[in-house]
Design a protein around this ligand. Structure first.
Ligand code: SAH
Ligand code: SF4
Length: 378
């Protein structure tokens, strides 16, 4: 009898234990399977040589496979960034981005401390930007992903599968090389909270990526900020502020009607920070919309109202990345620097996120499965 395909990636140790028990196996087999799929990142049961051959074959005949995430296409930017189109068995696909040198968004968060001796020479601080949903329902006016609408949530296996596919493509050795993960691809991670947080646990315990190397960005789903604060294993938090007052924020991010800036700040204030951890506010600069000196002062007021010490909050400024059909403009570099200086003058750390892979539509807010840039396809 033909069975539906069942993917192992995404299952935790308890679920794998049940599965091997169904094959009359002892629990240590579950641990072997867990290490095989997450630590060694095998892509086929044939590679699981610690399992007897007949057991592997039986599982394969039953329709068990490792992952449903496959690399459909790669677009390589002249700055070294790679945008992957990752497809799933139902025909849906998402984007995952590899940035070999990060985007400076990590600056000031402590992750670069002491990195010099161990950092590999082939990449400085590689960052993988992962998607949590196919499309997005939040409908931010400046974001190309919003134009897709929400197609569906990704499963934990599909979230982890994007990362293992990219790590395998670069043959990353997790014991020696460090990689940062940002949940900033397609989708609002907090609108797919359970699958997102399960994927985090698998990445930390299984793939062995430290939780302090992961950051999740939310457009401001306030109740889930409180939930994240209660998690034993969790990434760092970034909040997309993007406007300096409620009238502007509601125009740009419609959910601000439900959770306004005050609600966001209260949630951020209550968020329990770990040692050396800080909260990031992201701020997309849109020319003539939210980039004036007055806007900068409003942002200072908002951040200061949190009452946190200055080393616990930072601002990540992102000059808007353009996209077809979106009626905004990118401010000039000098305008962006003026904004940064105004924030810094108030004693708040502010960094400018370098646009990575703009030429291949891989930068923040550009993920919309654009495939018509043939020159970049490899
Ligand atoms: N959905 C989450 C995470 C993905 S977006 C969120 O919105 O926070 C990651 C960051 O890119 C967010 O801070 C978002 O505001 C920003 N962004 C979206 N569209 C952008 C664009 N066109 N140019 C620059 N940044 C953009
Ligand atoms: Fe969704 Fe984030 Fe884009 Fe807003 S900015 S539409 S929340 S992906």
């Amino acid at each position: 009898m033909k069975h539906a395909v069942q993917y192992l990636l995404g299952l935790d140790i308890q679920e794998l234990t049940k599965l091997v028990e169904n094959y009359g196996q002892k629990p240590y087999r579950a641990k072997q399977l867990y290490d095989g799929i997450y630590k060694q990142r095998i892509t086929s049961l044939d590679q699981l040589t610690v399992f007897p051959k007949d057991l592997r074959e039986k599982m394969q005949t039953d329709g068990i496979a490792i992952t449903g995430a496959r690399v459909d296409q790669r677009f390589v930017s002249r700055d070294g960034t790679i945008r992957y189109l990752i497809g799933f068995s139902d025909g849906q696909s998402v984007e995952t981005v590899w940035m070999p040198d990060g985007d400076d968004g990590e600056a000031g968060d402590g992750t670069e401390a002491g990195e010099e001796e161990t950092a590999p020479t082939r990449f400085r601080r590689a960052t993988i930007c992962v998607s949590s949903q196919v499309g997005c329902a939040v409908n931010c006016k400046f974001c190309m992903t919003a134009l897709l609408g929400l197609k569906r949530n990704l499963t934990p296996g599909e979230i982890v599968g994007q990362i293992t596919a990219v790590l395998n493509d670069h043959q990353v050795d997790m014991a020696k090389e460090r990689v940062n993960i940002v949940f900033m691809g397609q989708g609002e991670p907090f609108n797919n909270y359970d699958n997102f947080i399960k994927s985090v646990r698998l990445l930390v315990r299984g793939v062995r990526i430290g939780e302090s190397r992961m950051t999740v960005s939310t457009s401001g789903i306030v109740p889930r900020i409180a939930d994240l604060g209660q998690e034993e294993i969790r990434p760092k938090l970034a909040i997309s502020l993007n406007a300096s007052n409620d009238a502007k924020r509601t125009n740009l991010i419609p959910i601000n009607k439900k959770w306004d800036i005050n609600a966001l700040i209260e949630a951020a204030k209550a968020f329990p920070l770990r040692r050396r951890e800080n909260i990031t506010f992201e701020y997309v600069l849109l020319e003539g919309e939210n980039d004036s000196p007055e806007n900068a002062q409003e942002v200072v007021g908002i951040v200061k109202s949190m009452g946190k010490p200055p080393d616990r909050v930072k601002l990540n400024l992102i000059a808007w990345n353009s996209g077809p059909e979106i009626p905004f403009h990118t401010p000039s570099d000098s305008r962006v620097h003026e904004f940064q200086n105004a924030i810094r003058a108030a004693g708040i750390p502010a960094y400018i996120r370098r646009p990575r892979g703009r030429d291949i539509y891989a930068a923040c807010g550009q993920l919309k499965k654009i495939v018509t840039i043939e020159s970049a396809v490899v």
